[in-house]
Ligand binder design. Structure first.
Ligand SMILES: NC(=O)C1=CN([C@@H]2O[C@H](COP(=O)(O)OP(=O)(O)OC[C@H]3O[C@@H](n4cnc5c(N)ncnc54)[C@H](O)[C@@H]3O)[C@@H](O)[C@H]2O)C=CC1
Ligand SMILES: O=C([O-])CC(=O)C(=O)O
Length: 356
């Protein structure tokens, strides 16, 4: 994350770039900042961020990390259970303001938000695929996105709940039905795939993972996770066995953690890190920073599929530019066909769910 400059420099920078609507008198009047039970004062500058599913494995660590982000002036923590406890805990950190919302308060939790992060839903156990989570998580994501459409239709949404390859389509269909769909603002979070790819490639190359950049395209499950090792920075070459090892490990990184946790859930700490990194990039984009680029699963014309993960440019209105794949080698071209075949079914499953 990029936390540069002292507090006054940052606040001046944020204020200079905030859109007038954020600070309009009407918003100030309705703002939860005026509520008596709002814990702490976050100041007028900065962004308002909601985490839906804030008391879960990802949600708790993500709440901690977002509470530390100086771009966030107000954090809304929403969950169907235990949100008050998590909120009380992070409210003692001497950073921005935080407020808690329970199951019946989704609309209050969402009103006025600039960014909504959704890690709500059940995680995998050993032997399950991400698609096995569809039955439960599809309905959760649909209900939460109906709230977003109603209460903060202009917010950027970072969708974490699995199966991402289907839940992003579910969200898109909800927003289309409500007449609020802006494809630039709906972002499936695939940052953990990139973090894993950078880590595993760095291990093979004997480098610091912070110096490595691996584009990971496609989607977020099994063969749909396609690392483009031919485009690694710094430029590197890999033998076929290294390519096969790295591709398999990146595609199965989630399962590696699920098996190691042996029934106690899936990746939470690395995912919270990845989600916080991606959310920070979205906020820097909203602020107007130049050159904010991350991989994300978004509405796309890069392939014939309506959604696809590639690098995107994050700006004041969300994913303002979706970058092309670049040149692929033969191994990656074969992988792309496999990824597209599986993705097509997962995307359609999300569309069909909303038509029921
Ligand atoms: N996109 C990605 O790269 C990754 C996605 N995930 C996914 O994230 C999701 C959450 O994982 P964990 O935090 O480990 O699960 P968890 O079970 O620890 O936490 C989920 C939280 O969601 C809450 N919740 C359930 N229904 C809700 C609703 N209607 N509204 C608000 N909150 C609700 C639960 O009360 C719980 O606190 C899972 O679907 C998991 O598969 C996990 C890792 C990586
Ligand atoms: O594997 C899972 O179920 C959780 C996940 O999406 C990941 O860790 O990439």
């Amino acid at each position: 994350m990029e936390f540069r400059g002292d507090a006054s420099q940052r606040i001046a920078m944020i204020s200079a770039h905030l859109q007038p609507s954020f600070t309009s008198q009407m918003e100030e009047k309705n703002s939860v900042m005026g509520r008596e039970n709002c814990r702490g004062k976050g100041g007028k500058a900065g962004f308002k961020v909601a985490i839906l599913g804030a008391a879960g494995g990802i949600g708790q660590s993500l709440s901690l990390l977002m509470k530390m982000n100086p771009l966030v002036s107000l954090l809304h923590l929403y969950d169907v259970v235990n949100a008050p406890g998590v909120t009380a805990d992070v409210s003692h950190m001497d950073t921005g303001a935080v407020d808690s919302w329970d199951a019946k308060q989704l609309e209050d939790a969402l009103t006025g938000m600039d960014l909504v992060i959704i890690p709500a839903g059940v995680p995998r156990k050993p032997g399950m695929t991400r698609d096995d989570l569809f039955k439960i998580n599809a309905g959760i994501v649909k209900a939460l996105c109906e709230g977003v459409a109603k209460c903060c239709p202009n917010a950027i949404v970072n969708l974490i709940s699995n199966p991402v390859n289907s839940t992003v389509t579910i969200a898109a269909e909800v927003f289309k039905k409500a007449g609020t769909y802006d494809p630039k603002k709906l972002l499936g979070v695939t940052t953990l795939d990139v973090a894993r790819a950078n880590t595993f490639v760095a291990e093979v190359l004997g480098l610091d993972p912070r110096e490595v950049d691996v584009p990971v395209v496609g989607g977020h499950a099994g063969v749909t996770i396609l690392p483009l090792l031919s485009q690694v920075k710094p430029p590197s070459s890999f033998t076929l066995s290294e390519t096969e090892y790295l591709t398999n490990r990146i595609q199965n990184g989630g399962t590696e953690v699920v098996e190691a946790k042996a029934g106690a859930g899936s990746a939470t700490l690395s995912m919270a890190y990845a989600a916080a990194k991606f959310a920070d990039a979205c906020l820097r984009g909203l602020r107007g920073d130049a050159n904010v680029v991350e991989c994300s699963f978004v509405a796309s014309q890069v392939t014939e599929l309506p959604f696809f993960a590639t690098k995107v440019h994050l700006g004041r209105t969300g994913a303002e530019e979706v970058y092309h794949l670049g040149p692929l080698n033969e191994y990656e071209s074969v992988g792309l066909e496999k990824a597209k075949e599986e993705l097509a079914g997962s995307i359609q499953k999300g569309v069909d769910f909303n038509r029921k």
